[in-house]
Ligand binder design. Structure first.
Ligand code: GDP
Ligand code: MG
Length: 405
């Protein structure tokens, strides 16, 4: 074994991927992602560093982990440590070190949040089937508080934690949301049928994910079919400069079957792994912000909106502002249809309480009370009118012809 993938090593050594990347940064070793491979001598260095850290932690259990312990000298080829502080037990190093953990402490206090995943790909390649399979096997059935509605998102419970899927597949949902300046998805799954390989909408989906700088995972679907040719898919991807891991690149490619379920567990694991690397965090105690996933009118209930909570926590009774409209949350249900009173980050919730249907991708804010909500809207209306007036002035005086059409 000469080379090893970062995540494999992390797993073998029982440390988090983060930790591994931190050590590599300290060593000045470059990598693209946790799928990147590292040299054997770097592996040895990492083991030494971890052993030293363990020894230091045992000797001084009260002391916080210090960055100086990472700075092992004797860099090998390709593993230079130019910027690392000197390895020292001296007093100078000690004082310098006490500040470093304090600076990261605040970032670490913001809790992790579940990843939000979108599934894109060519028509008939199996997006809906894959989502259905995951929903069927990973969503704990709850006592529904009413009629279970399609809310545009669902939460899957996996052994690695929660994963939120946007279940309006197709890139329209993705692009309309992005067109309004919002980004809901953290990870994009590109579904490619093994019997069809790359098709126009596959390329579009890839382009969208790249433009949004959202990490991609390729799911090669329908591997149960006799005519499935996953190798062709991988070769075709390589031609787009997307090189699968097994060809030495960084693209995670997972063969799956939405029909038999084969590979789906692996896919979920790769999603969790990617989420871990992305280090997704949000503060449930922070100021609320969210995005509309879907809005619609229900004959019985009235206007229903699915909101993805991105920061902070929503409560029944909160006032929400969307564009130039506001509403008060009368009732809230989770994606399984259960009534809930509050919802934290990365939770899709269906909200009853708007009077007009909000559009996908609109940003949602909260206001202290009705008065505050009205004020926010009044300001927005003013700003819009000013902009409109300015635009009209720039166009110059309109002729009678313009007006009469
Ligand atoms: P979408 O347009 O991407 O949402 O694709 P669908 O999920 O609607 O699937 C299109 C067709 O492919 C349907 O007839 C599915 O039953 C079929 N299909 C989807 N996934 C698989 C699979 O893994 N294996 C097989 N054999 N058929 C599949
Ligand atoms: Mg579909």
């Amino acid at each position: 074994m000469s080379k090893v993938r970062i995540y494999t090593l992390a797993k073998d050594l029982g440390v988090e991927n983060h930790k591994m990347l931190e050590i590599l940064d300290g060593l000045g070793v470059s990598y693209k992602s946790v799928s990147s491979t590292i040299e054997e001598d770097t592996v040895e260095l990492i083991k030494e560093i971890l052993a030293e850290e363990a020894a230091a932690a045992a000797a001084q259990p009260a002391q916080a982990e210090t960055s100086s312990q990472r700075a092992t000298p004797a860099p090998s080829s390709g593993a230079q440590a130019p910027s690392a502080p000197p390895s020292s037990q001296g007093a100078g190093a000690q004082t310098a070190v006490t500040e470093a953990p304090a600076a990261t402490a605040t970032a670490d206090e913001v809790p992790h949040r579940a990843p939000v995943v979108t599934i894109m790909g060519h028509v008939d390649h199996g997006k809906t089937s894959l989502l259905d399979y995951i929903r069927k096997t990973k969503v704990a059935a709850k006592e529904a508080g009413g009629i279970t509605q399609h809310v545009g998102a669902f939460e899957a419970k996996t052994s690695k934690g929660r994963i939120v899927f946007i279940d309006t597949p197709g890139h329209e949902a993705f692009t309309t949301i992005r067109a309004r300046g919002a980004n809901v998805a953290d990870i994009a799954i590109i579904v490619i049928a093994a019997d069809d390989s790359l098709m126009p909408q596959t390329r579009e989906a890839i382009a969208h994910a790249q433009a949004a700088k959202v990490p991609m995972i390729v799911a090669i679907n329908k591997i149960d079919l006799p005519q499935a040719d996953p190798e062709k898919v991988k070769t075709d991807l390589t031609q787009l400069n997307l090189v699968p891991e097994e060809y030495g690149g960084d693209l995670v490619v997972v063969p799956v079957s939405a029909k038999t379920g084969e590979g789906v567990e692996d896919l979920l694991e790769y999603i969790s792994l990617t989420a871990e690397i992305e280090d997704l965090r949000a503060d449930p105690k922070g100021k609320f912000s969210g995005v509309i996933i879907e809005g619609k009118v229900d004959k019985q209930a009235g206007v229903l909106a699915t909101v993805m909570v991105q920061e902070g926590t929503l409560h029944v009774g909160d006032f929400l502002v969307v564009g130039e409209n506001y509403g008060k949350i009368k009732a809230m249900t989770d994606s399984a249809g259960a009534r809930i009173k509050e919802a934290g980050p990365s939770t899709p919730v269906q909200i009853l309480g708007f009077s007009t249907v909000p559009a996908s991708g609109e940003k949602v804010q909260s206001a202290k009370n009705e008065h505050a909500a009205r004020e926010v809207i009044a300001t927005r209306v003013d700003v819009r009118r000013d902009e409109e007036n300015a635009r009209n002035r720039r166009r110059g005086p309109r002729t009678l012809e313009d007006i009469m059409g």
